[in-house]
Design a protein. Structure first.
Length: 133
């Protein structure tokens, strides 16, 4: 769609990677909650789960190439809400009825631009859980 609307923007963004990444809160919150729950599932330690969730917010807020279109107060609100969700899950489900075999696999893929040269690599996270009784 970007290519049709503005070929120059497409070139800067997808070929040269000159535009900053914009992170939206649903994706950021979901990633943080997932990290917290993965840590909880593996360790059964609430502090480790909260630290894993916090690390997602810290990584994004300290990244040079990421734009968060919000105030620091709103970021703090989302982080506290995520922490509350992780703590509530840990309190509600102190043990699981299954054994976790694998949590998440991260794939790094490189795609070719139309002009035939390789563009910057993009990271695609695949959320995959294998559970067994």
């Amino acid at each position: 769609m970007t290519l049709q609307l503005c070929p120059r923007l497409f070139y800067w963004e997808y070929i040269e990677c000159l535009t900053p990444r914009t992170v939206r809160y649903p994706l950021l919150d979901g990633t943080a909650i997932h990290a917290g729950l993965a840590a909880w599932t593996l360790t059964r330690n609430v502090e480790a789960a909260l630290e894993a969730a916090d690390q997602v917010y810290d990584t994004v807020s300290n990244a040079d190439d990421v734009v968060l279109r919000t105030s620091p107060d709103e970021l703090e609100y989302h982080q506290h809400r995520t922490r509350a969700m992780v703590m509530a899950y840990a309190a509600t489900y102190p043990s699981e009825a299954w054994t976790v075999q694998m949590l998440e696999t991260v794939l790094s893929v490189r795609y070719l631009a139309q002009i035939g040269r390789s563009s910057a690599s993009r990271t695609v996270a695949s959320r995959m859980a294998v559970l067994s009784r």
